[in-house]
Write a protein that binds this ligand. Structure first.
Ligand SMILES: Nc1ncnc2c1ncn2[C@@H]1O[C@H](COP(=O)(O)OP(=O)(O)OP(=O)(O)O)[C@@H](O)[C@H]1O
Ligand SMILES: [Mg+2]
Length: 468
C-alpha cells in the first residue's frame, strides 16, 4: 500500500485500531494463555498453550464449553455479567498460580458480548524483582509478627486462680493498675504469681498489642546488666558487639518492661533506672546520644525492699518512684482455701486426668508451701507421675511433697531464759536458714528461692552466721 507509517498515525481511528491489535498480539504471544468467551460465558476461542495447561489435547475441545468446565475457578462469567474488568488478579491452577487480566468485550453499540482473559505470567517468582521483594517482605512481616506474638504476654487475669479474699484483692488491684501508665511494684515470695500478674496487667493494658519484655537482675552478671538494659552503641566494644545491640528498653519500646528481682539490681544501675523513669530517656552503653523511652515498667521482688534501703542496698528514691501502685501478692499459706481450685487448674493444665481425694486435699492444706504455687505445681506433677491410679491419695501426695513443713499454727517463738533479743534472733535466723538449706540439699540458690531471699542476701546472712 502507498500509505506510510506517519500517514497512518494521523488517522486517530486507525491508530486506535492498530494499538488494540498490537496489544492483543503482544499479550497473546507473550502470555501464558488467552481465552475468549461469549455473553453466556461459553468458550469461543482459546490458544493452544492455554488448552494444554488445563489438560486438553487441543484448543478445539474447549470450544462451546462453559468456561468453568475448562478453567475451574474462572471469573469470566462475572466479567460478562457485571461488565467490569478485573485488571490484575492471581488465579490458582493445578500447575501453579497465574497472574491474570480479564476484560469485557463490547460491540459497536457498547453492549457486552463476551469477555477475554489473559494469563499474563506464570511462576510468580519469575514475574519480577518486585514480586520477589514483595514475597520477602511478606516473609519478614510474618516472622516479625510471630516474634512479637512470642513477646506478647501469655497470661491473662483468668489464669490467676483463686477466690479467697486475698486473691480477689490482688486481682482487683492488678486490674486497676492495667488502666494506668504508672509503674507497678509486685511484692511477694517466690512462686506466688508475680510474673503471671505482670503479664496479665500488660495484656489488659492499652499496650497489649506491643511487646512484653522481661529482664531478671538476679539472673544476669552485674557487669553485663547495663548493656542488657540499655543496649550498646556501635563500636562501644570490640568483637561481637561491634555493631551495637539493642537493650531491653529498646526492645520493649511502646510496650511493657518487666523488671524481675529488682531488689538484686546494683546501685549504679538503680540510679540509671530512676533517671529513665523520671526523664523518659536513656543512653546506650558507649553512646552519648539520648534515646527516648516509651516503656511502662512493672517491677517485682521477693525481697523486703524497705530493709534493703536500711542496709543501703536499695535507693529510697527509686523505691518511692516504683511504689506508686504496690501489689502485695500473698503467699499460698495465707490463702489455703484457694488450693482445691488451684490444684484442679494445675492438673488440667498438666493434661493429666488425675483427681485428688478428700484426704489428699486436706493434706495439701496443712503444708506451709515455702515455694508457693510453683511448689504446688511441682508436687502435683510429681504425684501424678508416680501414681498408677487416677485418684491421688494423701500418701502419694505426701511422698511428692518431700520435706513436709506444717503450717505454723500458734507456734510461739520465744527467747530463752537470759537470751538477748539479738541472740534469739540469730538463733532463729540460723534455724530457718539451715532448715531451708537442708530441704534443698545444700543448694543455696534453691534455698534462697524457698525463703524468698535474693541469692546474695542469703550468702551474706550465711557468712554472718558462720553457716557453710
Ligand atoms: N494464682 C495462680 N493461679 C494459677 N497459677 C498460678 C498462680 N500463681 C502462680 N501460678 C503459677 O505458678 C508458677 C509460678 O508463678 P510466677 O512465675 O508468676 O511466680 P513468681 O512470683 O514470679 O515467682 P519467682 O519470684 O520465683 O520468680 C507459674 O507456673 C504460674 O503459672
Ligand atoms: Mg518470677
Amino acid at each position: 500500500m502507498g500509505m506510510n507509517l506517519t500517514d497512518n498515525l494521523t488517522d486517530y481511528q486507525q491508530v486506535r485500531g492498530l494499538a488494540i491489535q498490537s496489544l492483543f498480539e503482544i499479550i497473546e504471544q507473550s502470555s501464558e494463555g488467552t481465552v475468549i468467551v461469549d455473553r453466556d460465558a461459553n468458550i469461543v476461542w482459546m490458544n493452544e498453550r492455554y488448552a494444554k495447561r488445563f489438560g486438553l489435547n487441543s484448543a478445539d475441545e474447549a470450544i462451546g464449553q462453559p468456561c468453568e468446565r475448562v478453567i475451574s475457578n474462572s471469573l469470566l462469567r462475572q466479567v460478562v455479567r457485571t461488565d467490569r474488568p478485573i485488571l490484575l488478579d492471581i488465579q490458582d491452577t493445578p500447575k501453579g498460580p497465574l497472574v491474570v487480566m480479564r476484560l469485557p468485550i463490547h460491540n459497536d453499540a457498547g453492549a457486552v458480548i463476551g469477555a477475554i482473559g489473559f494469563a499474563l505470567f506464570d511462576e510468580l517468582r519469575n514475574l519480577s524483582p518486585l514480586i520477589e521483594r514483595y514475597m520477602s517482605m511478606q516473609q519478614e512481616l510474618a516472622s516479625t509478627r510471630s516474634l512479637l506474638r512470642s513477646r506478647q504476654s501469655k497470661y491473662t487475669f483468668a489464669h490467676f486462680i483463686g477466690t479467697s479474699a486475698a486473691s480477689l484483692e490482688v486481682k482487683r488491684r492488678a486490674r486497676r493498675s492495667a488502666k494506668t501508665e504508672s509503674p507497678v511494684l509486685l511484692l511477694g515470695e517466690t512462686g506466688t504469681g508475680k510474673e503471671l500478674l505482670a503479664q496479665a496487667i500488660h495484656g489488659a493494658s492499652s499496650r497489649a498489642h506491643k511487646a512484653f519484655v522481661s529482664i531478671n537482675s538476679a539472673a544476669i552478671p552485674h557487669d553485663l546488666l547495663e548493656a542488657e538494659f540499655f543496649g550498646t552503641a556501635p563500636g562501644a566494644f570490640t568483637g561481637a558487639d561491634r555493631k551495637g545491640r539493642p537493650g531491653k528498653f529498646q526492645i520493649a519500646q511502646g510496650g511493657t518492661l518487666f523488671l524481675d528481682e529488682i531488689g538484686d539490681m546494683p546501685l549504679p544501675l538503680q540510679s540509671k533506672l530512676l533517671r529513665v523513669l523520671q526523664e523518659k530517656e536513656f543512653e546506650p552503653v558507649g553512646s552519648n546520644e539520648m534515646l527516648h523511652s516509651d516503656v511502662r515498667v512493672i517491677a517485682a521482688t521477693s525481697m523486703d525492699l524497705e530493709a534493703a534501703i536500711k542496709r543501703g542496698e536499695f535507693r529510697a528514691d527509686l523505691y518511692y518512684r516504683l511504689n506508686v501502685l504496690p501489689i502485695q501478692v500473698p503467699p499460698l499459706r495465707e490463702r489455703l482455701e484457694d488450693i482445691p481450685a488451684l490444684s484442679e487448674a494445675i492438673l488440667e493444665e498438666l493434661r493429666s486426668h488425675h483427681e485428688l481425694d478428700r484426704e489428699a486435699l486436706d493434706l495439701l492444706a496443712q503444708h506451709a508451701w515455702p515455694g508457693n504455687i510453683r511448689e504446688l505445681r511441682n508436687v502435683l506433677e510429681r504425684a501424678a507421675l508416680l501414681s498408677d491410679d487416677l485418684i491421688l491419695n494423701a500418701q502419694e501426695v505426701r511422698a511428692a511433697i518431700g520435706t513436709f513443713s506444717p503450717v505454723a499454727r500458734n507456734t510461739a517463738v520465744a527467747a530463752e531464759e537470759g537470751e538477748s533479743y539479738n541472740a534469739a534472733r540469730e538463733r532463729f535466723d540460723r534455724q530457718v536458714i539451715v532448715a531451708a538449706l537442708k530441704a534443698c540439699d545444700g543448694n543455696v540458690v534453691e534455698a534462697a528461692k524457698r525463703l524468698g531471699l535474693g541469692r546474695s542476701t542469703l550468702y551474706k546472712k550465711m557468712v554472718a552466721l558462720g553457716i557453710t
